[in-house]
Design a protein around this ligand. Structure first.
Ligand SMILES: Cc1cc2nc3c(=O)[nH]c(=O)nc-3n(C[C@H](O)[C@H](O)[C@H](O)COP(=O)(O)O)c2cc1C
Length: 186
């Protein structure tokens, strides 16, 4: 089984060490455009991307969110770019579905958009790592967004991979474990 897209999916892996080289704005913009094209529940497009590529602003943000229990993520402060992925809440569709179905579609939507961003970066030869282990409340406070209907989703570290970063993706479960045909999952 092969396709250009599948090759890209196989090539993408989480990168946690980055070259000391800035990322061109136009490349980041391309990734943002890929994210902007993502589908979303009722086309609500709840995602918001805050790009930290200024070293001082990035360090201040990293200082705020990688503290205490989250200091183990501190190494991501060395990434040339950190993108904060937020959602804008108080959307009627999201609220209704949240109550009726119990599903927070805005989180699904932002995950899809974030992965569009990540795959576009991989195509450009850039490395990324989703970061879930950070202080989301501190991020909202740092951005001055408390009480304004925003919720943190994740951070994404971005940059050119450092020399020597392994090209191998971590192993994946076999298809038979994750997909079934006309039957419930095993
Ligand atoms: C939502 C999400 C949160 C993640 N959070 C972290 C994190 O906080 N720290 C980290 O080192 N990796 C994090 N990762 C990366 C995963 O560990 C990684 O995707 C997984 O081990 C598979 O490896 P691969 O991305 O290289 O294929 C996260 C990935 C996702 C999708």
């Amino acid at each position: 089984m092969n396709s250009e897209f599948l090759k890209l999916c196989r090539k993408r892996k989480s990168v946690r060490r980055f070259a000391d080289r800035p990322v061109e704005r136009e490349k980041i913009e391309l990734c943002l455009e890929a994210a902007r094209r993502a589908p979303s529940a009722d086309n609500m497009q709840p995602w918001r991307f805050v790009v930290f590529d200024d070293p001082t602003r990035k360090r201040q943000m990293a200082d705020a969110v990688f503290r205490g229990a989250y200091s183990m993520s501190r190494r991501f402060a060395a990434a040339p770019v950190i993108v904060a992925l937020l959602i804008k809440e108080n959307l009627l569709v999201n609220k209704v579905a949240g109550v009726v179905q119990g599903t927070q579609w805005q989180l699904v939507d932002s995950g899809i958009a974030g992965e569009h961003f990540v795959l576009a970066a991989a195509e450009l030869g850039l490395g990324t790592c989703w970061i879930g282990w950070y202080d989301g409340r501190a991020l909202i406070k740092h951005l001055g967004l408390r009480g304004k209907g925003y919720r943190p989703v994740a951070l994404i570290a971005l940059g050119y991979p450092a020399a020597g970063v392994s090209p191998n993706q971590r192993p994946r479960k076999p298809l038979s474990d994750i997909a079934s045909w006309n039957e419930p999952p095993r």
